[in-house]
Write a protein that binds this ligand. Structure first.
Ligand SMILES: [Fe+2]
Length: 188
C-alpha cells in the first residue's frame, strides 16, 4: 500500500494519507501527478521490456499525448546491483532537473521526497503507482539498502534529465527508506 506523509521542513509529521484517491488529490495541489495503473494483460515475472511497455501502452499513450513525452524505457534495480550503494547516495541528495521525472512502478517500491514549498511530501510508491514530478521541483529518492524495483520512465528530452544538485543537506534530516517501510515492503 502506498503512503503519503507530509512533514514540515524541520521534520515534523503533519499529515499521513493512505487512500490512493486522497494521495492523488493532495499531490495535485503541488502539481504532482499520482495515478494507479493496471496492466492491460497479465505479465509473467520474466516479461521483457517490450512486453512491459506493451502491457501499459494505453496509459503511456495517454500521458504522451498530454505531456509530449518523446521516449520511454524500463529500468530495473535489484539488491545484487554492483553500484547500488553509489546510486543510492546519488539519488539521496536533493536536486532538480528541467525534465519531468515520471516513474511507473511495475514491480517493487521506492520513496520519493518532494520539496516544492515549505513542506516535504514523502511518498512511498509501490507496484501500480505512477508519479510525475514536475520540472524544476526540488526532490530526492531513496531506494533503500536492498533496492528492488522495475519502473517505466518517460522522457521529453534526454538532456533534461541531468540532475542539478541544490547543495542542501535537508535529506539527511528525514527518515530513510528503512525507517518508513517494513520488511514486507509496505508502509508501517
Ligand atoms: Fe530526480
Amino acid at each position: 500500500m502506498s503512503t503519503l506523509r507530509v512533514y514540515t521542513e524541520d521534520g515534523k509529521l503533519i499529515e499521513e494519507i493512505t487512500s490512493p484517491e486522497e494521495i492523488a488529490k493532495r499531490l495535485s495541489q503541488i502539481g504532482v501527478l499520482f495515478e494507479r495503473w493496471s496492466a492491460q494483460k497479465p505479465l509473467p515475472p520474466d516479461a521483457s521490456d517490450e512486453d512491459i511497455l506493451s502491457a501499459y501502452k494505453h496509459e503511456i499513450d495517454r500521458l504522451t499525448e498530454r505531456y509530449g513525452f518523446r521516449s520511454c524505457d524500463v529500468v530495473a534495480m535489484n539488491p545484487d546491483h554492483p553500484k547500488k550503494d553509489e546510486l543510492r547516495e546519488k539519488f539521496l541528495k536533493e536536486h532538480t532537473h528541467s525534465d519531468f521525472e515520471v516513474r511507473y512502478f511495475v514491480e517493487g517500491d521506492g520513496v520519493f521526497y518532494l520539496h516544492p514549498d515549505d513542506k516535504v511530501y514523502v511518498l512511498h510508491c509501490t507496484a501500480g503507482d505512477l508519479i510525475s514530478v514536475p520540472p524544476n521541483t526540488k526532490h530526492w529518492f531513496d531506494m533503500g539498502q536492498k533496492p528492488s524495483f522495475k519502473c517505466i520512465r518517460l522522457f521529453t528530452t534526454p538532456e533534461g534529465w541531468k540532475a542539478q544538485y541544490t547543495g542542501s543537506d535537508i535529506s539527511e534530516r528525514f527518515p530513510k527508506y528503512e525507517e518508513l517501510v517494513n520488511d514486507k515492503g509496505y508502509s508501517p
